[in-house]
Design a protein around this ligand. Structure first.
Ligand code: ATR
Length: 271
């Protein structure tokens, strides 16, 4: 039997854990599908993606640096893709048109719920106002989080707060002006960990926080932000591996109509 074809597109892509995660989901739910990693070419990405779907692929995930280019290519959009202005998931519709979704925020919300850190009307501080933040704001606001976005460049955070104010309680501050109060959850959504650095905020913010989450992940070692939070005595600390598996699960559900169980993947030795 021909298996349905899926992939993750990015550049670089060799490091991606998505093929293994989706293969495990497929086994778990007895779905006949292949899922591979595809190296996108900066010069020809749109053509590559068109060819991929013209050859019969059913869907794909998109990762850096192509999430906005994939978004521009789609024909239909979920609300969470529209507000993110980027997509991490494309699905080929029966008539051949492409449906864009963004499951990053749903993956984060699912992971916070799994950790027991998601209570309605709690206070949440998000560090950073780039694409990673914009991608998760709608699902967080729909989960009734009262959000403060803190960013080095205040204007970028303010733009996001203005754009998302229609969905819930959200304000913006400069990184150096974060009120020293007890936040229920502090989330790092800056890109600084990639350079081995942590964002420059008062340690008191993390010491007072009930829970600390880093949207970045590292399977075998703590991320710089997780390391810093733990060194300050924070006890409820998590990296974003569960968010990665969560966004994959929500993409899988969109394509296959079945929600896989993330727990065996979170503890799998092969990922
Ligand atoms: P992504 O799309 O992955 O979110 P991005 O759009 O480059 O990445 O955004 C990175 C985020 O990290 C931004 O909020 C950025 O702050 P600015 O808007 O002020 O640029 C933040 N960031 C990057 N380097 C930083 C630094 N040295 N100190 C504080 N914040 C930083």
């Amino acid at each position: 039997m021909n298996k349905d074809k899926y992939a993750v597109w990015g550049n670089p892509i060799a490091q991606s854990k998505s093929p293994k995660i989706h293969q495990l989901f497929a086994q778990q739910t007895a779905q006949q599908m292949d899922y591979v990693a595809m190296l996108g070419d900066e010069a020809n990405f749109e053509l590559q993606l068109r060819t991929f779907f013209a050859e019969g692929a059913k869907g794909c995930n998109i990762t850096a640096p192509f999430k906005m280019r994939a978004y521009a290519l789609a024909d239909e959009y979920s609300e969470r893709a529209l507000t993110a202005e980027a997509c991490n998931t494309l699905k080929r519709l029966d008539d051949g048109r492409l449906y864009a979704d963004n499951t990053d925020g749903a993956g984060l919300v699912s992971d916070l719920a799994r950790l027991g850190w998601l209570k309605p009307q709690q206070s949440m501080l998000i560090l950073g106002a780039g694409g990673a933040t914009k991608g998760v704001l709608l699902p967080l606001l729909q989960a009734q989080q009262n959000i403060v976005i803190a960013n080095r460049t205040l204007a970028t955070a303010q733009e996001l707060a203005d754009k998302f104010a229609q969905y819930g309680q959200i304000t913006a501050v400069q990184l150096s002006d974060i009120p020293v109060q007890k936040f229920d959850v502090v989330i790092n959504a800056t890109s600084l960990g990639l350079q081995g650095k942590t964002v420059d905020i008062s340690p008191e913010i993390l010491q007072k926080a009930t829970a600390v989450y880093d949207m970045q992940y590292a399977k075998d070692a703590d991320t710089p932000f997780v390391t810093w939070a733990k060194s300050l005595g924070a006890t409820q600390v998590s990296d974003g591996f569960g968010m990665l598996v969560g966004q994959a699960a929500h993409s899988f559900e969109l394509w296959r109509g079945v929600m896989p169980d993330v727990q065996p993947i979170l503890t799998s030795a092969v990922i």
